[in-house]
Design a protein around this ligand. Structure first.
Ligand SMILES: [Zn+2]
Length: 449
Protein backbone atom coordinates (compact mmCIF):
# COMPACT_ATOMS: atom_id res chain seq x y z
CA UNK A 1 0.00 0.00 0.00
CA UNK A 2 1.31 3.43 -0.93
CA UNK A 3 2.20 5.57 2.08
CA UNK A 4 -0.11 8.56 2.60
CA UNK A 5 1.34 11.99 1.98
CA UNK A 6 2.46 13.76 5.12
CA UNK A 7 2.47 17.47 5.81
CA UNK A 8 4.52 18.82 8.69
CA UNK A 9 3.51 22.19 10.10
CA UNK A 10 5.96 23.99 12.34
CA UNK A 11 7.38 27.27 13.52
CA UNK A 12 4.36 28.33 15.55
CA UNK A 13 2.76 28.28 18.98
CA UNK A 14 0.39 25.32 19.10
CA UNK A 15 -2.84 25.62 21.09
CA UNK A 16 -4.01 22.02 21.12
CA UNK A 17 -7.16 22.00 23.36
CA UNK A 18 -5.79 18.65 24.51
CA UNK A 19 -5.72 18.92 28.34
CA UNK A 20 -2.71 16.62 28.58
CA UNK A 21 -0.60 18.92 26.40
CA UNK A 22 -2.39 22.28 25.97
CA UNK A 23 0.33 24.45 24.45
CA UNK A 24 3.65 23.99 22.64
CA UNK A 25 5.93 26.89 21.82
CA UNK A 26 8.17 26.39 18.80
CA UNK A 27 6.07 23.48 17.68
CA UNK A 28 3.69 22.08 15.18
CA UNK A 29 2.03 18.93 14.01
CA UNK A 30 2.12 16.34 11.28
CA UNK A 31 -0.91 15.62 9.11
CA UNK A 32 -1.29 12.29 7.38
CA UNK A 33 -4.25 12.05 5.01
CA UNK A 34 -7.26 13.60 6.71
CA UNK A 35 -6.00 13.19 10.29
CA UNK A 36 -3.45 14.57 12.71
CA UNK A 37 -0.63 12.05 13.02
CA UNK A 38 1.58 13.72 15.64
CA UNK A 39 1.87 16.92 17.69
CA UNK A 40 5.14 18.14 19.18
CA UNK A 41 8.09 20.49 19.07
CA UNK A 42 9.73 21.35 15.78
CA UNK A 43 12.83 19.36 16.72
CA UNK A 44 10.87 16.23 17.61
CA UNK A 45 8.70 16.34 14.51
CA UNK A 46 11.55 17.13 12.13
CA UNK A 47 13.54 14.18 13.47
CA UNK A 48 10.60 11.77 13.33
CA UNK A 49 9.22 12.89 9.93
CA UNK A 50 12.22 14.12 7.92
CA UNK A 51 10.59 13.47 4.54
CA UNK A 52 7.27 15.23 5.18
CA UNK A 53 6.37 18.28 3.13
CA UNK A 54 6.86 21.39 5.33
CA UNK A 55 4.59 24.38 5.96
CA UNK A 56 6.01 27.17 8.11
CA UNK A 57 3.53 28.96 10.42
CA UNK A 58 6.06 31.80 10.82
CA UNK A 59 5.41 32.43 14.50
CA UNK A 60 1.63 32.42 14.24
CA UNK A 61 -0.80 30.59 16.53
CA UNK A 62 -1.65 27.08 15.31
CA UNK A 63 -5.11 26.02 16.55
CA UNK A 64 -7.94 23.61 15.84
CA UNK A 65 -10.44 25.08 13.37
CA UNK A 66 -13.38 26.83 15.06
CA UNK A 67 -16.91 25.41 15.09
CA UNK A 68 -20.24 27.21 14.64
CA UNK A 69 -23.02 25.26 16.39
CA UNK A 70 -25.96 27.19 14.86
CA UNK A 71 -25.77 29.06 11.57
CA UNK A 72 -28.25 30.16 8.88
CA UNK A 73 -26.78 30.10 5.40
CA UNK A 74 -30.08 31.27 3.95
CA UNK A 75 -29.71 34.64 5.66
CA UNK A 76 -26.57 35.52 3.66
CA UNK A 77 -28.32 37.72 1.09
CA UNK A 78 -29.80 39.96 3.79
CA UNK A 79 -26.49 41.79 4.11
CA UNK A 80 -27.15 45.41 3.18
CA UNK A 81 -30.80 44.72 2.39
CA UNK A 82 -33.48 47.18 3.52
CA UNK A 83 -37.04 46.27 2.54
CA UNK A 84 -39.19 49.43 2.22
CA UNK A 85 -41.78 49.61 4.99
CA UNK A 86 -40.24 46.75 6.96
CA UNK A 87 -39.83 48.26 10.41
CA UNK A 88 -40.46 45.33 12.78
CA UNK A 89 -41.55 46.14 16.32
CA UNK A 90 -41.12 42.64 17.73
CA UNK A 91 -39.54 39.28 16.93
CA UNK A 92 -42.59 37.88 15.11
CA UNK A 93 -42.56 40.92 12.82
CA UNK A 94 -38.84 40.32 12.18
CA UNK A 95 -39.61 36.75 11.11
CA UNK A 96 -42.55 37.76 8.92
CA UNK A 97 -41.03 40.87 7.40
CA UNK A 98 -37.48 39.69 6.88
CA UNK A 99 -36.58 36.01 7.25
CA UNK A 100 -39.75 34.27 6.05
CA UNK A 101 -39.99 36.87 3.32
CA UNK A 102 -36.47 36.03 2.13
CA UNK A 103 -36.80 32.27 2.34
CA UNK A 104 -40.10 32.31 0.38
CA UNK A 105 -38.24 33.91 -2.53
CA UNK A 106 -35.05 31.83 -2.54
CA UNK A 107 -34.30 29.77 -5.65
CA UNK A 108 -31.97 26.76 -5.66
CA UNK A 109 -29.33 28.93 -7.32
CA UNK A 110 -29.69 31.62 -4.62
CA UNK A 111 -29.41 28.91 -1.94
CA UNK A 112 -26.26 27.50 -3.56
CA UNK A 113 -24.62 30.92 -3.80
CA UNK A 114 -25.68 31.88 -0.24
CA UNK A 115 -23.95 28.71 0.90
CA UNK A 116 -20.81 29.27 -1.17
CA UNK A 117 -20.50 32.85 0.07
CA UNK A 118 -21.11 31.83 3.70
CA UNK A 119 -18.68 28.91 3.64
CA UNK A 120 -15.96 31.10 2.13
CA UNK A 121 -16.57 33.69 4.83
CA UNK A 122 -16.39 30.93 7.47
CA UNK A 123 -12.97 29.94 6.14
CA UNK A 124 -11.84 33.56 6.26
CA UNK A 125 -12.85 33.55 9.96
CA UNK A 126 -11.11 30.28 10.81
CA UNK A 127 -14.39 28.37 11.08
CA UNK A 128 -14.00 24.87 9.67
CA UNK A 129 -17.19 23.17 10.90
CA UNK A 130 -20.67 24.62 10.40
CA UNK A 131 -23.91 23.22 11.82
CA UNK A 132 -26.56 24.92 9.70
CA UNK A 133 -30.34 25.28 9.89
CA UNK A 134 -31.81 25.99 6.46
CA UNK A 135 -35.11 27.37 5.11
CA UNK A 136 -35.95 28.15 1.48
CA UNK A 137 -39.68 27.71 1.04
CA UNK A 138 -39.35 29.24 -2.45
CA UNK A 139 -37.44 26.11 -3.53
CA UNK A 140 -37.48 23.32 -0.97
CA UNK A 141 -36.69 20.16 -2.93
CA UNK A 142 -32.99 19.71 -3.52
CA UNK A 143 -31.99 22.69 -1.37
CA UNK A 144 -29.96 20.71 1.18
CA UNK A 145 -28.24 18.82 -1.62
CA UNK A 146 -27.26 22.12 -3.27
CA UNK A 147 -25.82 23.39 0.03
CA UNK A 148 -23.90 20.13 0.36
CA UNK A 149 -22.52 20.71 -3.17
CA UNK A 150 -21.30 24.15 -2.08
CA UNK A 151 -19.76 22.74 1.12
CA UNK A 152 -17.91 20.13 -0.89
CA UNK A 153 -16.67 22.69 -3.40
CA UNK A 154 -15.47 25.15 -0.74
CA UNK A 155 -14.26 22.32 1.51
CA UNK A 156 -16.04 23.09 4.79
CA UNK A 157 -17.24 20.38 7.20
CA UNK A 158 -20.98 20.83 7.56
CA UNK A 159 -24.12 19.39 9.11
CA UNK A 160 -27.40 20.42 7.47
CA UNK A 161 -31.06 20.49 8.46
CA UNK A 162 -34.17 21.72 6.65
CA UNK A 163 -36.47 23.86 8.79
CA UNK A 164 -39.73 21.86 8.75
CA UNK A 165 -42.71 24.07 9.58
CA UNK A 166 -46.45 24.34 8.97
CA UNK A 167 -46.18 28.07 8.37
CA UNK A 168 -46.37 27.83 4.53
CA UNK A 169 -49.29 25.37 4.24
CA UNK A 170 -49.68 21.60 4.05
CA UNK A 171 -48.06 21.10 0.65
CA UNK A 172 -44.87 22.86 1.67
CA UNK A 173 -44.78 20.96 4.98
CA UNK A 174 -44.83 17.69 3.04
CA UNK A 175 -42.10 18.94 0.73
CA UNK A 176 -39.96 19.98 3.70
CA UNK A 177 -40.45 16.57 5.35
CA UNK A 178 -39.43 14.83 2.12
CA UNK A 179 -36.33 16.99 1.64
CA UNK A 180 -35.30 16.57 5.25
CA UNK A 181 -35.56 12.78 5.30
CA UNK A 182 -34.15 12.33 1.78
CA UNK A 183 -31.08 14.28 2.83
CA UNK A 184 -30.84 12.45 6.15
CA UNK A 185 -30.81 9.12 4.32
CA UNK A 186 -28.20 10.42 1.88
CA UNK A 187 -25.97 11.74 4.69
CA UNK A 188 -26.28 8.55 6.73
CA UNK A 189 -25.18 6.52 3.71
CA UNK A 190 -22.34 8.82 2.75
CA UNK A 191 -18.86 7.69 3.75
CA UNK A 192 -17.02 10.89 2.80
CA UNK A 193 -14.75 11.80 5.71
CA UNK A 194 -15.72 15.48 5.35
CA UNK A 195 -19.45 14.85 5.62
CA UNK A 196 -22.05 16.21 5.12
CA UNK A 197 -24.03 15.10 8.14
CA UNK A 198 -27.70 15.80 8.84
CA UNK A 199 -30.08 16.63 11.65
CA UNK A 200 -33.86 16.88 11.31
CA UNK A 201 -34.65 20.59 11.22
CA UNK A 202 -37.72 21.97 12.97
CA UNK A 203 -38.62 25.63 13.00
CA UNK A 204 -40.18 26.17 16.44
CA UNK A 205 -43.09 24.94 18.52
CA UNK A 206 -45.42 27.79 17.44
CA UNK A 207 -45.27 26.90 13.72
CA UNK A 208 -45.43 23.12 14.12
CA UNK A 209 -48.63 21.14 14.59
CA UNK A 210 -48.78 17.97 16.67
CA UNK A 211 -49.46 16.03 13.45
CA UNK A 212 -46.23 17.27 11.86
CA UNK A 213 -44.18 16.56 14.98
CA UNK A 214 -45.64 13.06 15.09
CA UNK A 215 -44.80 12.51 11.41
CA UNK A 216 -41.19 13.51 12.10
CA UNK A 217 -40.98 11.16 15.05
CA UNK A 218 -42.41 8.22 13.08
CA UNK A 219 -40.14 8.81 10.08
CA UNK A 220 -37.09 9.16 12.33
CA UNK A 221 -36.48 5.44 12.62
CA UNK A 222 -32.75 5.75 13.27
CA UNK A 223 -33.13 8.22 16.15
CA UNK A 224 -31.34 11.10 14.42
CA UNK A 225 -31.14 14.33 16.38
CA UNK A 226 -33.39 17.33 15.81
CA UNK A 227 -32.21 20.90 15.31
CA UNK A 228 -34.90 23.25 16.60
CA UNK A 229 -35.45 26.78 17.88
CA UNK A 230 -36.99 27.00 21.35
CA UNK A 231 -38.43 30.10 23.02
CA UNK A 232 -36.33 32.53 21.02
CA UNK A 233 -39.08 35.11 21.31
CA UNK A 234 -41.56 35.16 24.20
CA UNK A 235 -44.35 34.36 21.73
CA UNK A 236 -43.18 30.75 21.15
CA UNK A 237 -43.72 29.94 24.81
CA UNK A 238 -46.99 31.92 25.11
CA UNK A 239 -48.35 30.08 22.06
CA UNK A 240 -47.54 26.69 23.60
CA UNK A 241 -49.17 27.69 26.89
CA UNK A 242 -52.33 28.89 25.11
CA UNK A 243 -52.69 26.03 22.64
CA UNK A 244 -51.19 23.03 24.42
CA UNK A 245 -51.38 23.98 28.09
CA UNK A 246 -47.67 23.65 28.67
CA UNK A 247 -44.39 25.41 27.89
CA UNK A 248 -42.66 25.07 24.51
CA UNK A 249 -39.89 23.01 26.14
CA UNK A 250 -42.40 20.70 27.84
CA UNK A 251 -44.36 20.29 24.62
CA UNK A 252 -41.27 19.25 22.62
CA UNK A 253 -40.13 17.05 25.49
CA UNK A 254 -43.50 15.27 25.62
CA UNK A 255 -43.51 14.77 21.82
CA UNK A 256 -40.13 13.00 21.90
CA UNK A 257 -38.17 15.80 20.22
CA UNK A 258 -35.68 16.52 23.01
CA UNK A 259 -32.80 14.18 23.78
CA UNK A 260 -29.02 13.77 23.70
CA UNK A 261 -28.87 14.05 19.89
CA UNK A 262 -31.02 17.19 19.74
CA UNK A 263 -29.70 20.72 19.34
CA UNK A 264 -31.96 23.52 20.62
CA UNK A 265 -31.20 27.10 19.66
CA UNK A 266 -31.82 29.95 22.14
CA UNK A 267 -34.06 28.70 25.04
CA UNK A 268 -34.50 32.27 26.30
CA UNK A 269 -38.08 32.46 27.64
CA UNK A 270 -38.07 29.32 29.75
CA UNK A 271 -38.68 28.35 33.39
CA UNK A 272 -36.66 26.43 35.97
CA UNK A 273 -38.82 23.36 35.23
CA UNK A 274 -37.90 23.75 31.54
CA UNK A 275 -34.22 23.88 32.45
CA UNK A 276 -34.66 20.63 34.37
CA UNK A 277 -36.21 19.00 31.28
CA UNK A 278 -33.35 20.20 29.07
CA UNK A 279 -30.92 18.78 31.61
CA UNK A 280 -32.65 15.43 32.16
CA UNK A 281 -33.14 14.87 28.43
CA UNK A 282 -29.48 15.65 27.69
CA UNK A 283 -30.48 18.25 25.07
CA UNK A 284 -27.78 20.59 23.76
CA UNK A 285 -28.62 24.30 23.99
CA UNK A 286 -26.97 26.77 21.59
CA UNK A 287 -26.42 30.34 22.71
CA UNK A 288 -26.35 33.04 19.99
CA UNK A 289 -25.63 36.29 21.82
CA UNK A 290 -25.34 38.75 18.93
CA UNK A 291 -28.50 37.52 17.25
CA UNK A 292 -30.39 37.70 20.55
CA UNK A 293 -29.33 41.30 21.04
CA UNK A 294 -30.04 42.20 17.40
CA UNK A 295 -33.55 40.74 17.59
CA UNK A 296 -34.15 42.39 20.99
CA UNK A 297 -35.47 39.08 22.35
CA UNK A 298 -33.50 39.11 25.61
CA UNK A 299 -30.78 36.70 26.64
CA UNK A 300 -30.92 33.15 27.94
CA UNK A 301 -29.59 32.65 31.47
CA UNK A 302 -26.51 30.78 30.29
CA UNK A 303 -24.88 30.99 33.72
CA UNK A 304 -27.84 29.22 35.32
CA UNK A 305 -27.71 26.62 32.54
CA UNK A 306 -24.05 26.00 33.37
CA UNK A 307 -24.81 25.85 37.10
CA UNK A 308 -27.46 23.22 36.40
CA UNK A 309 -25.06 21.19 34.24
CA UNK A 310 -26.87 21.79 30.93
CA UNK A 311 -24.66 21.34 27.89
CA UNK A 312 -24.45 24.76 26.17
CA UNK A 313 -22.71 25.47 22.87
CA UNK A 314 -22.08 28.69 20.97
CA UNK A 315 -23.48 29.73 17.60
CA UNK A 316 -24.14 32.84 15.58
CA UNK A 317 -27.69 32.26 14.24
CA UNK A 318 -26.55 33.74 10.93
CA UNK A 319 -25.64 37.07 12.49
CA UNK A 320 -21.93 36.67 11.73
CA UNK A 321 -19.53 33.89 10.76
CA UNK A 322 -16.89 35.07 13.25
CA UNK A 323 -16.93 32.73 16.25
CA UNK A 324 -14.34 34.72 18.21
CA UNK A 325 -16.58 37.78 17.90
CA UNK A 326 -19.53 35.68 19.06
CA UNK A 327 -17.52 34.43 22.07
CA UNK A 328 -16.47 37.94 23.00
CA UNK A 329 -20.08 39.14 22.94
CA UNK A 330 -21.09 36.01 24.89
CA UNK A 331 -18.73 37.07 27.68
CA UNK A 332 -20.04 40.63 27.72
CA UNK A 333 -23.74 39.82 27.53
CA UNK A 334 -23.59 37.30 30.38
CA UNK A 335 -21.71 39.78 32.58
CA UNK A 336 -24.22 42.46 31.66
CA UNK A 337 -27.22 40.19 32.23
CA UNK A 338 -26.06 38.84 35.58
CA UNK A 339 -24.62 42.07 36.95
CA UNK A 340 -21.60 40.01 37.93
CA UNK A 341 -18.35 41.02 36.20
CA UNK A 342 -16.65 37.84 37.38
CA UNK A 343 -18.88 35.47 35.42
CA UNK A 344 -19.15 34.73 31.72
CA UNK A 345 -15.56 34.46 30.62
CA UNK A 346 -14.91 30.85 31.61
CA UNK A 347 -18.32 29.79 30.31
CA UNK A 348 -17.70 31.40 26.90
CA UNK A 349 -14.33 29.64 26.59
CA UNK A 350 -15.92 26.35 27.64
CA UNK A 351 -18.67 26.74 25.02
CA UNK A 352 -16.51 27.75 22.08
CA UNK A 353 -13.44 25.62 22.61
CA UNK A 354 -14.73 22.48 24.34
CA UNK A 355 -18.51 22.10 24.12
CA UNK A 356 -18.67 22.98 20.41
CA UNK A 357 -15.86 20.47 19.86
CA UNK A 358 -17.74 17.77 21.78
CA UNK A 359 -20.93 18.47 19.81
CA UNK A 360 -19.09 18.34 16.46
CA UNK A 361 -17.33 15.14 17.53
CA UNK A 362 -20.72 13.60 18.34
CA UNK A 363 -22.35 14.77 15.08
CA UNK A 364 -19.50 13.79 12.76
CA UNK A 365 -18.26 10.73 14.65
CA UNK A 366 -14.60 11.81 14.55
CA UNK A 367 -12.51 13.83 17.07
CA UNK A 368 -12.97 17.49 16.10
CA UNK A 369 -11.79 20.71 17.72
CA UNK A 370 -8.60 19.27 19.22
CA UNK A 371 -5.08 18.78 17.92
CA UNK A 372 -3.92 15.33 18.99
CA UNK A 373 -3.04 12.13 17.13
CA UNK A 374 -6.15 10.70 15.49
CA UNK A 375 -8.14 13.95 15.44
CA UNK A 376 -9.37 15.40 12.16
CA UNK A 377 -6.82 17.65 10.47
CA UNK A 378 -8.83 20.89 10.78
CA UNK A 379 -6.12 23.43 11.56
CA UNK A 380 -5.95 27.23 11.44
CA UNK A 381 -3.11 29.72 11.74
CA UNK A 382 -3.97 33.00 13.47
CA UNK A 383 -1.68 35.90 12.63
CA UNK A 384 -1.38 37.15 16.19
CA UNK A 385 1.75 38.14 18.09
CA UNK A 386 1.17 38.76 21.80
CA UNK A 387 2.50 41.78 23.72
CA UNK A 388 1.73 40.31 27.16
CA UNK A 389 2.70 36.82 28.43
CA UNK A 390 1.05 34.10 26.38
CA UNK A 391 0.80 30.74 28.11
CA UNK A 392 -1.72 27.99 28.85
CA UNK A 393 -3.42 30.13 31.51
CA UNK A 394 -3.69 33.31 29.44
CA UNK A 395 -4.45 31.97 25.98
CA UNK A 396 -8.22 32.46 26.13
CA UNK A 397 -7.80 36.06 27.26
CA UNK A 398 -5.59 36.67 24.24
CA UNK A 399 -8.05 34.97 21.91
CA UNK A 400 -11.10 36.85 23.22
CA UNK A 401 -9.55 40.30 23.53
CA UNK A 402 -6.69 40.29 21.03
CA UNK A 403 -7.81 38.05 18.20
CA UNK A 404 -10.77 38.08 15.82
CA UNK A 405 -11.70 35.99 12.81
CA UNK A 406 -9.89 38.52 10.61
CA UNK A 407 -6.56 37.29 12.02
CA UNK A 408 -7.06 33.97 10.22
CA UNK A 409 -4.13 33.43 7.87
CA UNK A 410 -4.20 29.80 6.82
CA UNK A 411 -6.92 27.13 7.02
CA UNK A 412 -6.60 23.39 6.58
CA UNK A 413 -9.75 21.26 6.59
CA UNK A 414 -9.72 17.48 6.53
CA UNK A 415 -6.00 17.61 5.70
CA UNK A 416 -6.40 19.92 2.72
CA UNK A 417 -5.18 23.54 2.59
CA UNK A 418 -8.25 25.69 1.89
CA UNK A 419 -6.71 29.11 2.58
CA UNK A 420 -3.03 30.02 2.58
CA UNK A 421 -1.67 33.42 3.62
CA UNK A 422 -5.22 34.80 3.42
CA UNK A 423 -5.81 33.52 -0.11
CA UNK A 424 -8.65 31.05 -0.49
CA UNK A 425 -7.37 28.18 -2.61
CA UNK A 426 -10.22 28.26 -5.11
CA UNK A 427 -10.03 29.30 -8.72
CA UNK A 428 -13.56 30.66 -8.79
CA UNK A 429 -13.78 32.66 -5.56
CA UNK A 430 -14.31 35.97 -7.38
CA UNK A 431 -16.78 34.44 -9.84
CA UNK A 432 -18.81 33.02 -6.95
CA UNK A 433 -18.90 36.39 -5.20
CA UNK A 434 -19.88 38.17 -8.42
CA UNK A 435 -22.64 35.61 -9.05
CA UNK A 436 -23.83 36.13 -5.44
CA UNK A 437 -24.04 39.88 -5.93
CA UNK A 438 -26.14 39.41 -9.07
CA UNK A 439 -28.41 36.78 -7.50
CA UNK A 440 -28.88 38.76 -4.27
CA UNK A 441 -29.79 41.89 -6.27
CA UNK A 442 -32.47 39.82 -8.04
CA UNK A 443 -33.80 38.69 -4.65
CA UNK A 444 -33.86 42.24 -3.33
CA UNK A 445 -35.82 43.42 -6.40
CA UNK A 446 -38.46 40.79 -5.66
CA UNK A 447 -38.68 41.83 -2.00
CA UNK A 448 -38.63 45.59 -2.62
CA UNK A 449 -41.69 45.21 -4.90
ZN1 LIG B 1 -31.62 30.16 14.29
Amino acid sequence: MKAQKRLRIGGGTVITRDPSNPMIEGGGLVIEGTNVKAVGTDDELKAAYPDAEYLDAEGRLIMPGLINAHHHIYSAFARGMSIPGNTPQNFLEILEGTWWNIDRHLTLEATYLSAAATYMECIRNGVTTVIDHHASYGAVTGSLFRIADAARHIGVRTCLAYEISDREGAEKTEEALKESFAFLEYAQGDSDSLGPKALIGLHASFTLSDETLEKCRLKNTKNAGYHVHIAEGAYDNQHALEHYGCSAVKRLYDRGILGPNTVAGHCIHISDEDLDLLKSSGTTVVYNPESNMGNAVGSPDVLKMFDKGIFVCLGTDGYTSDMLESAKVAVLLQKHRSGNPSRGFGEAAQMLFYNNAALATQVFGRPIGVLCPGAVADVIFMDYHAYTPLNRDTIDGHLFFGVSGAHTDTVIINGKIRMKNRRIQLEDERELLEASRIESAKLWRKLYG
